[in-house]
Design a protein around this ligand. Structure first.
Ligand SMILES: Cc1cc2nc3c(=O)[nH]c(=O)nc-3n(C[C@H](O)[C@H](O)[C@H](O)COP(=O)(O)OP(=O)(O)OC[C@H]3O[C@@H](n4cnc5c(N)ncnc54)[C@H](O)[C@@H]3O)c2cc1C
Length: 253
C-alpha cells in the first residue's frame, strides 16, 4: 500500500454495477493540492462502493521516455519507427511490462481521470510521456480505422482534473492566456477523444495556492460530488467521423 492506499489491482474484479475508475496522477509532491484531490476522489468513490485504481506516476518512478524500451519485440533493428514497432508489438504481444500494465488498467476501467497541474499550458512531462508510451498504434489503442467515435475506448468516459496557477479571468475568452477550453483541446480532443473516450467537462481548480483554506475545502467537496456523478456529468460534444468528408473536412450542413 502506498500514499493513496493503493491495493494490488484485481483486473477481473468488478460486479458491473459499480464504477471502475482509473486515476492517472501526475504530481511530484504527495501533499500537493493535486494529491488532496486524488485522495478526495479515492475516498468518496471507495466509500460509495466503486473500484479505484491509481497510477501515481512519480511514486511509481514511471519512465516517460518513449523508445525501444517500450517493447520486448523488435520489428526493425536498424531504424526505429515507433508506430511500426507498436504495430509489431500489438501483433506479437510485445509491449514492455510497464506499458502493458497501464494498458490493462485502461481496458479495465469505465472512467479514466487524468489528475495534473497545468504546466506550460499542457501536461507535466511525466504524464505526456505516459500518453506517448501507452496510447500505442497498430490497433492496440488506436489505428486501423479505430479513432474518435470508432475508437478502442468508445463507450468509456474520461475527464481531466486540472489545477491551474492563474485565476479564471486570465483564462476567459478575452483573457491574456486565452480560453482554458482551447488550452485543453489537445488533451481532451487530441488524446482522449482520439482513442474513443467520451470526454467529460474538465474539473478545474484555479489558483489553489492563492485561495483560502475554506475555498480549498469547498473545491475538494465539489470534486467528491463530481467523481460520484461521473456517469452523468456533462460531456463535451465533438463531431463524429461521419460528419467529415473523405478529406476529413467537416461536411457542409
Ligand atoms: C513547470 C511549471 C509550469 C507551470 N505552468 C503553468 C501554466 O502554464 N499556467 C498556469 O496557470 N500555471 C502554471 N504553473 C502553476 C501550476 O499550475 C500551479 O502551481 C499548480 O496548478 C498548483 O497546484 P498544486 O497541486 O501544485 O498546488 P500546491 O501548491 O501543492 O497547493 C496549493 C495549496 O493547497 C494546500 N493544500 C494541499 N493539500 C490540501 C488539502 N488536502 N486541503 C487543503 N489545502 C491543501 C497547500 O498546502 C498549498 O497551500 C506552472 C508551474 C510549474 C511548476
Amino acid at each position: 500500500m502506498d500514499l493513496f492506499g493503493i491495493q494490488k489491482m484485481n483486473i477481473s474484479a468488478g460486479s458491473g454495477r459499480t464504477m471502475r475508475v482509473f486515476i492517472v496522477h501526475a504530481h511530484p509532491e504527495p501533499n500537493s493540492f493535486n494529491g488532496g484531490l486524488t485522495r478526495a476522489a479515492q475516498g468518496a468513490l471507495s466509500a460509495a462502493g466503486h473500484e479505484v485504481v491509481i497510477s501515481d506516476l512519480y511514486a511509481m518512478g514511471f519512465n516517460p521516455v518513449s523508445d525501444r524500451r517500450n517493447f520486448t519485440t523488435v520489428g526493425d533493428a536498424n531504424y526505429y519507427r515507433q508506430q511500426a514497432e507498436e504495430a509489431n508489438a500489438a501483433a506479437q504481444g510485445g509491449f514492455a511490462p510497464d506499458i502493458q500494465a497501464e494498458m490493462d488498467k485502461l481496458f479495465w476501467c469505465d472512467v479514466l481521470i487524468l489528475q495534473f497541474p497545468l504546466w506550460w499550458f499542457g501536461l507535466p512531462a511525466i504524464l505526456k510521456g505516459w500518453v506517448d508510451r501507452v496510447f500505442a498504434s497498430g490497433g492496440r489503442i488506436y489505428g486501423g480505422g479505430k479513432w474518435y467515435d470508432r475508437g478502442v475506448f468508445a463507450g468509456k468516459r474520461a475527464m481531466c482534473s486540472v489545477t491551474i496557477g492563474g485565476p479564471p479571468p486570465i483564462y476567459s475568452s478575452r483573457g491574456l492566456n486565452g480560453p482554458i477550453d482551447a488550452i485543453l483541446f489537445p488533451i481532451n480532443h487530441g488524446m482522449l477523444y482520439f482513442v474513443g473516450f467520451t470526454v467529460i467537462e474538465p474539473f478545474l481548480v484555479h489558483a489553489p495556492a492563492r485561495i483560502s483554506d475554506g475555498e480549498r475545502q469547498m473545491w475538494l467537496d465539489r470534486y467528491r460530488e463530481r467523481v460520484l456523478s461521473l456517469v452523468h456529468a456533462p460531456t463535451i460534444t465533438y463531431p463524429k467521423l461521419a460528419d467529415f468528408d473523405d478529406n476529413h473536412v467537416l461536411k457542409l450542413a
